[in-house]
Design a protein around this ligand. Sequence first.
Ligand SMILES: C[S@@+](CC[C@H](N)C(=O)[O-])C[C@H]1O[C@@H](n2cnc3c(N)ncnc32)[C@H](O)[C@@H]1O
Length: 251
Amino acid sequence: MDSDVSSHVTDVSNLLYRHPELYEVVYDGANHAVARLAETILHDHLGRQPDSLLDIGCGTGRDLEYLAKHITDVAGVDHQQAMIDYARRRRPEIEFHVEDMRTLRLGRTFEAITCFGYALANVHANRDIDKVMATYASHSQPDTVLILEVIDPLRTDKLPRSFHIDIPDLRADAIAEYRHHPAQQLLERQRTWRRAQGLVHDHVNFRLLYPKELEYYLDNHHFEILGAYELPEKLNAASAFVAARYRGERS
Ligand SMILES: C[S@@+](CC[C@H](N)C(=O)[O-])C[C@H]1O[C@@H](n2cnc3c(N)ncnc32)[C@H](O)[C@@H]1O
């Protein structure tokens, strides 16, 4: 069931979220590199592809479309109505929900849960991160594999600085600048798009999580880290893909 969660989209301003069709132009997915890495990680730890997968912060649902080739039961969640409207139009065969990852409760479990594209980094406060961990746990069964794409705090210099859109309707270039706010463990990104119609300014803060901190949050919610993975150089070069296994509450 959809709920009105748009009020949670507060300090984020992003041209690509207002025009989801542009999201997949700017982030072209490098031939589904993230989804293919996820398949490898899932196979490493389950010995096969899972029967079910929930993608939290799924955006346009592109990764889900790829993963659905081998996983029959998939669902996606995002708190932005515009992203889910677009995902439903483009991928009508997939189940999507407009929900906030802090409060999401679908009332069922999945064999795999993914959270790609720094979706978790949009949650800033410690207590909210705990709520998201509780969401992961509440949709897990023993041995569920969780894969998080997080910003490696030691590789923020590898985050993309320039962006391009070149489609018949629109040509635009953007430059991003990043600023650390160490006391809050936030990384602020200001991005300015230049288009024929003028400038557009984007703004977002990413919460940085150090590895031991992430391990602590996960452990408190009965997940144990299985390993950290990277994509080949140049692809999502600031990303760590952290895989964890749900032990179950009694462990
Ligand atoms: C950079 S996009 C990544 C989308 C997709 N996972 C990908 O990798 O292409 C981050 C997504 O996280 C979503 N998001 C951020 N905070 C959220 C929250 N509290 N609950 C649900 N989704 C959230 C945003 O709406 C956005 O679609």
